[in-house]
Design a protein around this ligand. Structure first.
Ligand code: F3S
Length: 400
């Protein structure tokens, strides 16, 4: 049965709100009908992925320009990372040609009324939902964070469906918007100590694979800070299928569910195996990139402390990927100065997965399991370790 539309929604579908709204309603009703949604629901905010010209190409740019003619967002809408630092792209070796195309993409989004935030951590820069709020977000790590750590409700939207939700202010009510689809079905017993940030990426790798298609209910973890959780969110959804988990005593909503009977365990050997699978045989490191998901101000302060008085090795680049908002705070606190004095570079608005890096670097060191996944697609050999190990790799040019 087709989704039921209100009078106003039907008028939008009939073209009363203009071209972008009609197109958006076509996308939303098609999705709703495919997935059996009964209606559209209001969303509190939208987060749009598919921002890098590297992924969009000319066809994507043309589509955005068409929508930007009369499309204006109706709710707070923020952007995922673009293909370059919007201010400092030359410093990252981006070509003039790429930069001019990327700027056209950004210009189209700006005309739509979207906040040019260019970050995968919208919850750190002002797009912070409340518990239970419906959203239409598209970046997988942010979707997992919103669903699990905040307790908001969003499907993993594609770029076009997120934009459509922004123009209409609504999304079809199916999937993770419905409580019956948010029930955990596998108990994951964690019997190992996590001692550094990259261990959370390794844990995400293990749970993503062991949970298969099921929503995990995780026990055995007594402490987790925001940076650890964002790292875990990025990894568990990259290597698994579900952008939602429960962590007993840590995330909201866990107590509303009984512990599932079906169970798996994670022990030291699983974590070691994850590192073995994620790490390649490589010693010389050409790029060290931290900030996947984008670095918080706390992580930047730690990097600054570790790099203070040191020098990035010749032949190696050290990038700190973060939001412009976090960088502005780092400027104020002097962290930027310390990192740049050591030869490090800020990669604001962008990241190692969406910047055009293929062919530029042969090897990468990072704290992020998700970063390794995408860098391998860019034909790099990867090493994952702690912030300290990454800074050491930047300073020596080698992974020890
Ligand atoms: Fe963010 Fe890019 Fe990683 S979008 S989660 S920094 S791959």
């Amino acid at each position: 049965m087709d989704m039921e539309l209100t009078k106003q929604e039907q008028e939008m579908l009939d073209g009363k709100g203009g071209f972008a709204v009609r197109k958006s309603m076509e996308i939303l009703t098609a999705l709703g009908n495919i997935y059996g949604a009964e209606r559209l629901i209001r969303v509190g905010s939208v987060q749009v992925a598919g921002v890098s010209y590297h992924n969009l190409g000319d066809a994507g740019l043309e589509f955005l320009n068409e929508l930007a003619k009369d499309g204006r967002v109706r709710v707070l809408t923020t952007l995922n990372p673009a293909g370059m630092d919007l201010e400092n792209w030359r410093n990252l070796g981006i070509s003039e040609d790429f930069a001019s195309k990327q700027n056209l993409v950004i210009d189209a989004f700006e005309r739509m009324g979207i906040l040019i935030s260019c970050t995968c951590t919208p919850y750190l820069i002002g797009n912070l939902p409340r518990y239970g709020e419906h959203l239409a977000w598209s970046e997988s790590s942010a979707v997992t964070f919103a669903n699990s750590v905040i307790g908001a409700k969003t499907n993993k939207e594609g770029g076009p469906s997120a934009l459509a939700a922004a123009f209409v202010g609504k999304t079809p009510c199916y999937g993770l918007h419905l409580d019956e689809n948010r029930v955990p079905h596998v108990h994951v017993k964690v019997n190992t100590n996590l001692t550094k940030l990259s261990d959370w990426g390794a844990l995400g790798y293990v749970i993503g694979k062991k949970a298969e298609n099921k929503i995990p209910y995780i026990t055995g973890i007594t402490e987790a800070d925001m940076d650890e959780l964002k790292s875990f969110c990025a990894s568990v959804v990259t290597y698994g299928a579900q952008p939602l988990f429960y962590m007993q005593g840590i995330t909201p909503g866990a107590d509303n569910h009984p512990v599932p009977k079906d169970s798996v365990t994670v022990d030291d050997s699983d974590i070691k195996n994850a590192y073995d699978c994620i790490n390649d045989e490589v010693t010389n490191i050409e790029l060290v990139c931290v900030g996947c998901p984008h670095c918080s101000i706390k992580e930047i302060s730690e990097i600054s402390e570790l790099l203070s008085g040191k020098r990035v090795a010749e032949g190696t680049e050290f990038w700190v990927a973060t939001s412009r908002t976090a960088k502005q705070l780092a400027d104020k606190r002097g962290f930027t100065q310390t990192i740049e004095a050591a030869g490090g570079k800020f990669a604001c608005d962008t990241c190692m997965a969406v910047a055009p890096l293929k062919g530029r670097f042969k090897s990468l060191a990072t704290t992020s399991a998700k970063g390794c996944f995408y860098s391998r697609q860019n034909k790099m050999l990867t090493k994952m370790g702690s912030l300290r190990e990454c800074v050491e790799a930047a300073v020596t040019g080698k992974w020890s």
